[in-house]
Design a protein around this ligand. Structure first.
Ligand SMILES: Nc1ncnc2c1ncn2[C@@H]1O[C@H](COP(=O)(O)OP(=O)(O)OP(=O)(O)O)[C@@H](O)[C@H]1O
Length: 259
């Protein structure tokens, strides 16, 4: 690249985004720009529209108005799998693994899909050294090598969530979206998952919805606060923490709930 080349577009750029279900307007004009390599948390009270926003970004729902750009390319109207192939991958609130398949097979399956293979290729799978090596590398990253050949269903809850993160990153996406990755975890499990997230999102863009303020303030470079379908503040953790609007609308109560 030369010095005169255009600046890198943000990893994700959301403009004027709206979503209504029938008469209910759930996302009411969201503008947000998330830079490449940034770790960004979206916080807000229950029912604020965080999951809906995720579903709009990932193509699960079509927006009522507005646009989403991934690395400068508009993604409106594309199917989730197409957006995934453009480098965006997400996890869900509910653990989303194949419990009877081994831990290794879960990751390999995700790699297969991300590379566009179909069922007819299963018989070739065992021969594919690249896939095996790729899956083993992911298992190493998520600390599940010792559990490689167990059915995923016998893993502990935290290990299943770690596996799900492995499945999310397996396709090599550079924008990773995690929906409440530490929900339902003990303090020690949460610490374990936070370390893991930090490790696997190195040099990637992370967008996460999270209710645990310890996790949010420990991981995020910037935070957006969504209240009633609108972003009322975006900024560095300390700016957001001290913002009186945020204190009033959400953070006061959320931080109190932690103690
Ligand atoms: N498919 C849908 N049809 C109708 N209403 C919906 C639909 N999906 C979400 N909603 C409504 O949109 C609002 C926002 O829901 P959403 O799940 O996005 O909030 P949230 O911020 O993720 O909440 P939580 O923190 O509890 O997960 C809620 O009132 C919900 O009932």
């Amino acid at each position: 690249m030369t010095a005169t080349s255009a600046p890198r577009p943000p990893a994700l750029e959301i403009s004027g985004l709206q979503k209504s279900f029938g008469k209910a307007q759930i996302i009411r004009g969201v503008d947000l720009s998330i830079g490449a390599g940034e770790r960004h948390a979206i916080i807000g009270p229950n029912g604020a529209g965080k999951s809906t926003l995720f579903n709009l970004i990932t193509g699960r729902f079509p927006p009522s108005a507005g646009a989403v750009r991934l690395h400068g390319q508009e993604i409106n109207g594309r199917a989730p799998f197409q957006i995934n192939r453009m480098g965006l991958s997400r996890s869900f609130q509910i653990t989303n693994i194949f419990p009877r398949m081994t831990v290794f097979e879960n990751v390999r399956c995700s790699l297969l899909w991300s590379q566009g293979y179909r069922y007819s290729f299963w018989n070739m799978v065992n021969r594919s050294r690249d896939l095996t090596a790729g899956a083993d590398e992911i298992l190493e990253q998520i600390n599940l090598t010792a559990r490689r050949d167990l059915p995923a269903g016998v893993l502990s809850y935290a290990e299943q969530r770690a596996l799900e993160i492995g499945i999310t990153i397996a396709g090599g996406a550079n924008v990773i979206m995690l929906d409440e990755p530490t929900a339902g975890m003990s303090h020690s499990e949460t610490d374990y998952i936070v370390d893991l997230i930090r490790k696997v999102t190195e040099n990637k863009t992370l967008i996460m919805v999270e209710h645990d303020m310890g996790v949010v303030f420990g991981l995020a470079d910037r935070i957006s606060v969504l209240v009633y379908g609108e972003i009322i503040a975006t900024g560095h953790p300390e700016e957001v923490r001290s913002n009186p609007k945020v204190q009033e609308a959400y953070l006061g109560a959320a931080l109190e709930a932690e103690h």
